[in-house]
Design a protein around this ligand. Structure first.
Ligand code: SF4
Ligand code: SF4
Length: 327
């Protein structure tokens, strides 16, 4: 995909507040803290609400996209079932195995468990006090549809694929939360594109989904970056999975395809401090205007070599061989 320098329109620029989104996100901060709501929250509750409202209005003005997130049944039941009065007893290990099995049988392609950390919960929420566990769900996207990114008013394939998988994630999370309720424990489902109370990416890394790529998203060793996240927080006793590394850092340092493909020059090859963690970070102020114009962009994830069907598995083998040869 050729790189074409994107200049935000005056209309887009006027929507952004004086404060940089990178400041709100904690760029340059070396201390751990909770994330601040910035996007995909109620427009009247965030500094970038005007840009957020513009994006959703533009999205819903396209006939094919309007209402894709609100079609009856698309995201599962509107309300979860009540919590059963009697608690089923089991060991945390048995619950973890059963919850994963249930998820994989109910529209989920990847599943992992993490102990919920306060630094993943947005300011204004304290979910970790009620729900010490997070079950993360990964929903694989159809590569051909997603790889048509970026979307436009006349070509909505990528945006529709993203919406379809966020809706699937919402259904999968609701089904798992209801299963937990039926066993007498509390649970809450979390599904995009709205951010809700938790930022799911660091939680999914902790739960073993993969590593953060240069494009600021997870690279999984099966689906690359061609999947979406959903989750269930709960007080069901569970066992946490562990983070996994398979060579993404080394690969990204030589690849840089997403850096060259991003029309907004929002991706850098340097890791930066963000709220106490040094990691790859996408420049929020540069990304958002292009993201808004294209119903969610996604170019950086679509061009990532790991996202091509079947490619991630072969890259893992190649990188492991290279590491073994270097020993
Ligand atoms: S989503 Fe943002 S960072 Fe990724 S290619 Fe588009 S503009 Fe660049
Ligand atoms: S496109 Fe290349 S540099 Fe960017 S995240 Fe994927 S592997 Fe890393």
């Amino acid at each position: 995909m050729p790189k074409s320098r994107f200049e935000p329109s005056a209309e887009q620029t006027a929507l952004l507040p004086e404060i940089s989104g990178n400041t709100i996100n904690g760029l340059g901060e070396t201390e751990l803290r909770r994330p601040s709501p910035i996007y995909w929250h109620k427009p009247d509750s965030i500094s970038h609400g005007a840009a957020q409202a513009w994006m959703t209005d533009k999205f819903n003005a396209v006939e094919e996209l309007a209402g894709v997130y609100s079609k009856p049944g698309a995201r599962g039941p509107r309300r979860l079932d009540p919590v059963a009065e009697a608690k089923t007893q089991n060991t945390p290990q048995a619950w973890a195995t059963m919850a994963k099995q249930f998820s994989l049988e109910h529209e989920t392609d990847l599943v992992g468990i993490a102990a919920l950390k306060a630094e993943w919960v947005f300011e204004g929420y304290d979910l970790e006090k009620e729900h010490p566990w997070l079950i993360i769900l990964g929903i694989a996207m159809d590569y051909d549809g997603f790889a048509a990114a970026p979307s436009s008013d006349s070509d909505t394939r990528s945006a529709l694929e993203v919406a379809d998988k966020y809706n699937k994630g919402a259904r999968a999370a609701a089904a798992l939360a209801n299963w937990i309720h039926a066993h007498g424990y509390n649970a809450k489902s979390h599904a995009g594109p709205w951010a809700g109370s938790i930022t799911l990416t660091p939680a999914a890394i902790e739960a073993g989904f993969g590593e953060l790529g240069d494009h600021g998203n997870i690279i999984n060793d099966q689906y690359g970056s061609c999947f979406r996240l959903a989750a269930v927080s709960t007080d069901l006793p569970l066992i946490a999975d562990s983070p996994r590394e398979f060579g993404v850092d080394e690969f990204c340092s030589r690849c840089q395809i997403c850096i060259n493909a991003c029309p907004a020059d929002a991706i850098s090859d340097e890791k930066k401090w963000v709220r106490g963690v040094k990691k790859y970070y996408v420049d929020f102020d540069k990304c958002v205007p292009y993201f808004n114009e294209t119903h969610g962009c996604g170019i950086c994830l679509a061009v990532c070599p790991w996202s091509r069907p079947g490619r991630a598995e072969s890259l893992v083998v190649k990188l492991a061989r290279r590491r073994a040869a270097q020993k």
